[in-house]
Design a binder for this molecule. Structure first.
Ligand code: ADP
Ligand code: MG
Length: 616
């Protein structure tokens, strides 16, 4: 049989590529603006007519092109931005695929005028449907002007597919917003159908946002800033009360490139958990700076999706940074107080070292000494005392009321306490600060009324944050077992343990052997009694099995949740006064004291007013 495969002519190949790169006028806007930025322009003008269907023109004052380059720029895979595949991981430009101009020229009438600074005259090229119509010498200012007319003139189906001008204009403005937001150091002017829509001068980031979204935006912005080894975050989130019904103002930029990421978006939404009414979306304008080697941009022709090396860490850092800002600016119903900086879980990420977890050997350990074992069990609510109780309640909002109380006046009834869990009980009993109700709730008096804490959920929260900290900093201590513990599991279960092994080791587990059906453990986290290890691992495996199908699943988070759930003091367990006190202290030293790791309420408050009403 005769050969039937043929190479497609260039103009057909270009049209096919254009199908991916150019979906609508806004795609042209994006590509042309990006080229102008790559050409180091300081002023960029965007001119459109009929939502870009009739004309998209971009004029820049960048470095321009030589006559040869001007001609070459319309060839497919012709780029000045990368030379080899390795360069894909050191990108400092927006473009790199060398196909935008070729694609655009395949489906529109294009005119390019360009001149380099040192040249007397520039070049003008007219190209229609990949066909060069003319190439001339012209007098033109330094920089480049490209006009793209009659988009999809030769593909009527695509042209008919375009939406109304209103919709297409919306897309164009969205693209313009994205580029302008990523580059406040460049001036932009935008003309729509002959009138000036935006005139943005060089400014700082806040001003740029305000110039694009209106003066009122200024008061809505809460700054976010975080700097770690793996990630730098800067920008703003919108205050919860200004949240929108649509996802409109949500912007992520990674290394100055607008990207879409449902996963990172989820990190932000979860930082807003409990602050937004259902159906409302937070605004955000966040710039993430990461090592270019840790991302892959070349996974989508429009370059708006990115593959990150370590998404889970970015998720945790981003969520924590946003939460921190909301808390710091007193936006969350989270308490603003001086807390042990070590509890600031992922913020300390930069302190993380990759060394082995420190192993603390209890040299005095004697397996035959009953009392010692009992007390090590108590350590499961090992809690750092917080220096100042009263500050914990400043800003505390009472749930379920619209009380206009000035919360800065809320004072705790007790003397500030900084005693440790194991100090003499009698000393604290005088304080009358806490009371355990039905071995389930801790009741505590505060100046505005009373506080009721669910002991199980509260302890889960404390342990969860503690585990998360250890998992991120990788610095948990371990207690070595006198005799290795040998546990049996099914092959699937062992597979899960293998996957979790590294993370488990960061919490303090030491595995000496993980084989087909047995695991051998020689060390466990200090908070875990040996007798419970097997139950805890079983629980963990079942949690993982149930959660895995969830796409936003983070193993670190799950591990911390599962361990916290297993180890938290149960309802029905009597607590000594000192333990109650420390539970309260530690809860309010948490980042999110008001909910358990599974988002259940950990405490409620009741005002004297509310109590009074009940006695009417
Ligand atoms: P890419 O941006 O991926 O390199 P393009 O097709 O968008 O591919 O552009 C091809 C080349 O044309 C660029 O690499 C650049 O050298 C040149 N070019 C395009 N637009 C401009 C401009 N506005 N100013 C200077 N050079 C440009
Ligand atoms: Mg380009």
């Amino acid at each position: 049989m005769a050969d039937i495969i043929q190479l497609l002519p260039d103009h057909v190949a270009n049209q096919i590529a254009a199908g991916e790169v150019v979906q609508r006028p806004s795609s042209v806007v994006k590509e042309l603006l990006e080229n102008a930025i790559d050409a180091e322009a300081t002023l960029i003008k965007l001119i459109i007519k009929d939502a870009g269907k009739t004309l998209v023109q971009v004029i820049d004052d960048g470095k321009g092109m030589s006559t040869t380059d001007a001609r070459l720029s319309f060839e497919r895979h012709a780029t000045s931005k990368i030379r080899n595949a390795e360069d894909l991981f050191h990108l400092h430009t927006k473009g790199f695929r060398g196909e935008a101009l070729a694609s655009i020229a395949a489906i529109a009438h294009v005119e390019l005028k360009t001149k380099q600074d040192q040249d007397e005259v520039g070049s003008c090229i007219v190209i229609e449907g990949s066909e060069i119509i003319s190439q001339d010498v012209v007098v033109t200012p330094k920089g480049t002007s490209i006009s793209v007319k009659n988009l999809f003139f030769n593909i009527p189906a695509r042209r008919n597919f375009l939406k109304s001008n209103t919709v297409e204009l919306r897309h164009v403005i969205d693209e313009f917003h994205r580029v302008a937001l990523a580059h406040p150091n460049i001036s932009f002017v935008f003309y729509n159908n002959g009138s000036e829509s935006f005139n943005l001068s060089v400014s700082n980031y806040r001003q740029r946002i305000v110039n694009l979204f209106g003066t009122k935006t200024n008061q809505k912005l809460v700054p976010v800033s975080e700097d770690t080894d793996v990630l730098k975050i800067s920008g703003f989130v919108g205050k919860p009360e200004f949240a929108k019904k649509t996802r409109g103002e949500q912007y992520f930029f990674v290394n100055n490139r607008f990207i879409k990421s449902a996963y990172l978006n989820h990190a932000i939404s979860s930082a807003f958990d409990g602050l937004l009414k259902n159906g409302l979306y937070p605004s955000y304008f966040l710039n993430l700076t990461v090592n270019p080697q840790s991302i892959d941009i070349n996974i989508h022709p429009t370059k708006t999706e990115i593959k990150f090396d370590d998404e889970h860490t970015l998720y945790a850092l981003l969520r924590a940074a946003v939460k921190h800002s909301l808390g710091q600016f007193n936006i969350a119903p989270v308490l603003d107080f001086e807390r042990d900086p070590n509890l600031d879980t992922p913020y300390n990420y930069h302190q993380k070292n990759n060394g082995m977890p420190a192993i603390e050997v209890d040299r005095t350990f004697n397996p035959f000494q009953e009392e010692k074992i009992a007390s090590s069990k108590q350590e499961s609510i090992r809690i750092e005392p917080t220096a100042n109780w009263e500050s914990l309640y400043v800003g505390l909002e009472s749930k379920g009321t619209k009380s206009q109380h000035d919360f800065s006046e809320v004072h705790f009834e007790s003397e500030p306490s900084s005693v440790s869990l194991f100090e003499d009980d009698k000393k604290i009993d005088n304080g009358q600060t806490t009371y355990q109700l039905h071995n389930k709730y801790i009741v505590s008096a505060i100046k505005s009324g009373m506080l009721l804490i669910d002991q199980h959920r509260a302890h889960q929260r404390i342990l969860y944050e503690d585990f998360l900290k250890n998992l991120t900093l990788k610095g948990a201590s371990s207690q070595q077992l006198l005799f290795p513990l040998i546990l049996h599991f099914s092959i699937q279960e062992i597979e899960i343990i293998k996957e979790l092994r590294e993370d488990l080791e960061y919490t303090g587990f030491v595995f000496s052997n993980v084989s087909n059906e047995t695991i051998e453990i020689t060390g466990v986290p200090i908070s875990i009694p040996e007798s419970e290890v097997s139950i805890i691992l079983e629980q963990l495996i079942s949690d993982v099995e149930q959660e895995v199908p969830n796409s936003n699943f983070s193993i670190t988070d799950l591990l911390a949740k599962s361990l916290a759930k297993s180890l938290a003091i149960k309802n029905g367990q009597p607590l000594k006064k000192s333990e109650q006190e420390h539970l309260v202290n530690s809860l309010f030293a948490c980042k999110e004291p008001n909910v358990s790791p599974t988002n259940r309420t950990t405490f409620i408050t009741m005002n004297v007013d509310e109590l009074d009403k009940k006695f009417i």
